[in-house]
Design a protein around this ligand. Structure first.
Ligand code: GLN
Length: 491
């Protein structure tokens, strides 16, 4: 059998469905690959060898019994460590949850199991999903398989690195300001942020609840669409879950793969041009725009004047929500407890626990958010940011009256060297310049590889109206059909 780790999820599912490979063989091949390369990549925080093989055996048994299984049955998947997994460690990249084994599965993980996928383990991430490089993980950074001295993006860098290192054909991420799309872009993989509320947040450890969106990561657009279809849709346990079916993203990806975009109008946001993506990224993006034109798309320039305020608004809204969400990590209910020697007050124990358990970026966000929400400053900071959010939403609504989708580079720069941006938070925050607007609006966005700059991958972002996730898959699949997929040098 050819190496299954080099295959797409679609191909693997086909092998398992015809009996050409068993789910156990497929799973073992990926566990072997992880054992061989993860020492260099550090994509995984926890590999669930026993659980994965047991799940694979179950799939093989059900198939042998003649059960009809779904389109991803037997396909391995890596899950970002922000989602609870029953009995399997969930750290969110933080010391404060070290050793915590949740008593329940998140809805996403439950649906992954129901779809017959096999969870390999939990992937590395910036602590509490705050960051763009995984360097804020309490467990050491993940590395980019394209160049292991460079970052794989963040916060979901572990999921993207696992895909690019062929440790898993599918992965789950979460995107609050770009944490699925930016790692996808810098690792040459596909990452999609669904419409907010289109995928369940039940069991997703909260960072910024009005923005957090779990979603699919894969090496091809069709694989991402299949995963999106498997995990998406209404969940009564999430109060912001949308009671509507997932748009037919799989059909849209297949339609796009025919390479015909005639009749599709795409907008390029004028304001993004001026913000300055680095030259290699702009060149790859412009070439991709030419390709989209050749495929039949009509390209128009669109002004979204408030997008330039998206980054500052995000860095008030997200920290504000985080400061409130992270209050629950107090040394009483979950994970770490420090300094409880019987002589200290509850307040002292809470304070010592939070001091020891949270890393510097998380502390910075909590302080920022607490300040922005404090009496006397609330209107000037949080209130203003919410108004900006409304204006950005109006920009999107107006744009989508003229075009079907918006396109941009996913990130202003390619994967940077480890350590290059940790000393200046603002330089790190800039990684999400182009991805944050759609989080504030709530619409879907996808990053698809569009070319290389100095041998490193560049992603193109497609943003669509809320609940029109299918549109972005069509455009992304069309581009992929023309430019192909991108494989890093052998590790
Ligand atoms: N990089 C952004 C941040 O640090 C986005 C993170 C995310 O999407 N989870 O907040």
């Amino acid at each position: 059998m050819t190496d299954v780790t080099a295959m797409t999820a679609t191909q693997i599912a086909g092998l398992v469905a015809t009996g050409a490979a068993s789910a156990v063989e497929v799973t073992q091949a990926h566990l072997d690959r992880i054992a061989a390369v993860d020492g260099r990549v550090n994509a995984f925080l926890h590999v669930d060898t026993e659980g994965a093989l047991a799940a694979a055996r179950d799939i093989d048994a059900r198939r042998a019994a003649g059960e009809e299984l779904g389109p991803l049955a037997g396909v391995p998947v890596a899950v970002k460590d922000v989602l609870t997994t029953k009995g399997v460690p969930t750290t969110v990249g933080s010391k404060i949850l070290e050793g915590w084994r949740p008593p329940y599965d998140s809805t996403i993980v439950e649906r992954l199991r129901a779809a017959g996928t096999v969870m390999l383990g939990k992937t590395n991430m910036d602590e509490f999903a705050m960051g763009s490089s995984t360097e804020y993980s309490a467990y050491g950074p993940s590395r980019n398989p394209w160049d292991t001295d460079r970052i794989p993006g963040g916060s979901g860098g572990g999921s993207a690195a696992a895909l690019a290192a062929y440790e898993a054909p599918l992965a789950i991420g979460s995107d609050t300001g770009g944490s699925i799309r930016q790692p996808g872009a810098v690792t040459g993989t596909v990452g999609a942020k669904p419409t907010y509320g289109g995928t369940s947040r039940y069991g997703l450890v909260a960072f910024s609840s009005s923005l957090d969106t779990p979603g699919p990561c894969a090496r091809t657009v069709l694989d991402a669409a299949l995963l999106h279809a498997a995990i998406g849709g209404h969940d009564p346990r999430d109060s912001t879950s949308i009671p509507a079916p997932v748009p037919d993203v799989v059909a849209a990806a297949k339609l796009g793969a025919t390479g015909d975009l005639s009749g599709v109008r795409l907008g390029i946001v004028t304001e993004f041009g001026g913000e300055g993506a680095e030259p290699g990224v702009t060149a790859a993006f412009n070439e991709a725009v030419d390709t989209l034109t050749k495929l039949g798309a009509e390209i128009v320039e669109i002004s979204c004047p408030h997008f330039r305020y998206a980054l500052p608004a995000y860095y008030l809204i997200a920290p504000s929500e985080c400061s409130s969400n992270l209050a629950r990590f107090d040394g009483v209910r979950f994970g770490l407890r420090t300094g409880d020697d019987g002589n200290r007050s509850l307040e002292e124990v809470m304070s010592l626990t939070r001091e020891a358990g949270f890393g510097p970026e998380v502390k910075r966000r909590i302080m920022l958010g607490t300040y922005a929400l404090s009496s006397g400053y609330y209107d000037a900071y949080y209130g203003q940011a919410q108004k900006v959010r409304t204006l950005i939403t109006r920009d999107f609504t107006a744009a989508f009256e003229r075009v079907d989708a918006l396109i941009s580079p996913t990130t202003p720069f390619v994967a940077f060297p480890l350590g290059a941006r940790t000393s200046d938070p603002y330089q790190m925050y800039l990684a999400d310049l182009f991805t944050i607007p759609s989080n504030l609006y709530g619409g879907p966005g996808i990053s698809v590889p569009c070319g290389l700059s100095d041998g490193l991958p560049v992603g193109l972002q497609v943003m669509a109206p809320t609940l029109a996730d299918d549109r972005m898959y069509r455009v992304a699949a069309a581009l992929e059909s023309a430019v192909g997929t991108f494989t890093p040098p052998a590790l």
